[in-house]
Design a protein around this ligand. Structure first.
Ligand code: ATP
Length: 294
């Protein structure tokens, strides 16, 4: 599979402060890579460097096999969804899209893109009159002009209502199926869970967790909690801790331990308030934060 983005040993500085401290990852064609992390972790700095807007202090960045900072051809193959398109607010949606289209070299189906993002009924509305979510959809529409092979999405669904968010996710899935490569940053972990093939979680300039979404989830422990009177638990693969009547089991083998537990409890113990939580990005994210603090 073709590698579209290669980042190796990346370091970035703001004066004396090293904001990115040796980051490396690869993104292959047709893949969505989610760059997640705590506030100030360095995601935007990495993104801007991969976009070719920032010179690394050290390390190597290649996009389509070349240096995005020096090779302007990379820009033609790339769509960047900015936090704010920067166009004049008194232009209409259609005028803004037409203006942006003229700046792109690739083919652009303005009507199709506006329709796909539900902006068709708003095409004659001035940009400054759009809601926050509609502005975000316009930012995405502009990034899609020219049919880029690589798309940078920085917090794409901030301010969108749940319906628009789902529509946006569907659209991104369609792009991925068509071979577009996406580098996404988001604070919505659900967004990453739904879209990402692979991901990295950054904390304080470094990558704490990286891999395929399925592997990252599988590597982390699920949680079983319940309330039960004092009784010896059956032998489990996971680790059980008890606080009074409340028992928590963290396990890498959820199905097996749940089966053991239910068989053991059957007819003997009432496992009241039984809750089963498979590993989620939310939990993994939390554990990255806790490990860093401990
Ligand atoms: N222009 C700048 N000058 C000095 N420090 C900066 C500058 N821009 C960012 N930083 C610092 O670099 C670190 C990384 O910032 P960055 O914006 O890349 O993080 P982020 O992961 O995108 O954060 P967030 O999730 O909060 O947007 C932070 O500590 C930030 O304060």
């Amino acid at each position: 599979m073709t590698t579209v983005i290669e980042v190796d040993g990346l370091r970035c500085r703001y004066g004396d402060f090293e904001a990115v401290q040796g980051v490396g990852f690869e993104v292959r064609r047709g893949e969505l890579f989610a760059l997640l992390g705590t506030n100030g972790a360095g995601k935007t700095t990495v993104l801007e460097t991969v976009e070719g807007h920032r010179e690394p202090a050290a390390g190597r960045v290649r996009v389509f096999g070349t240096d995005p900072l020096r090779d302007r051809r990379v820009r033609r193959r790339t769509g960047i969804m900015l936090q704010d398109s920067g166009f004049a607010g008194d232009l209409t949606v259609l005028e803004t899209a037409e203006l942006a289209r003229r700046m792109r070299t690739g083919p652009s189906d303005v009507d199709g893109i506006l329709a796909a993002l539900g902006l068709d009924p708003r095409r004659d509305v001035r940009v400054r009159q759009l809601s926050g979510g509609e502005k975000r959809r316009l930012d995405l529409a502009l990034a899609l002009l020219g049919e880029p092979e690589l798309l940078f999405l920085d917090e794409p669904t901030v301010g969108m209502d749940p319906e628009s968010r789902r529509t946006t996710w569907e659209l991104v899935r369609g792009l991925l199926a068509g071979g577009t490569t996406v580098l996404l940053t988001t604070h919505y972990l659900e967004e990453a869970e739904r879209l990402a093939h692979r991901l990295a979680i950054m904390h304080e300039g470094r990558i704490a967790v990286e891999g395929r979404l399925v592997d990252v989830l599988a590597d982390h422990h699920a949680r079983i909690t319940f309330t039960a009177p004092e009784a010896e638990l059956p032998p489990l693969i996971g680790t059980a801790t008890r606080r009074g009547l409340r028992v928590e089991i963290r396990t890498p083998r959820l199905q097996q331990d749940l089966h053991t537990l239910l068989t053991w409890a059957d007819g003997r113990v009432d496992l009241s308030g039984l809750r089963v939580q498979p590993a989620s990005l939310e939990e993994i994210f939390q554990s990255v934060r806790e490990e860093a603090q401990s």
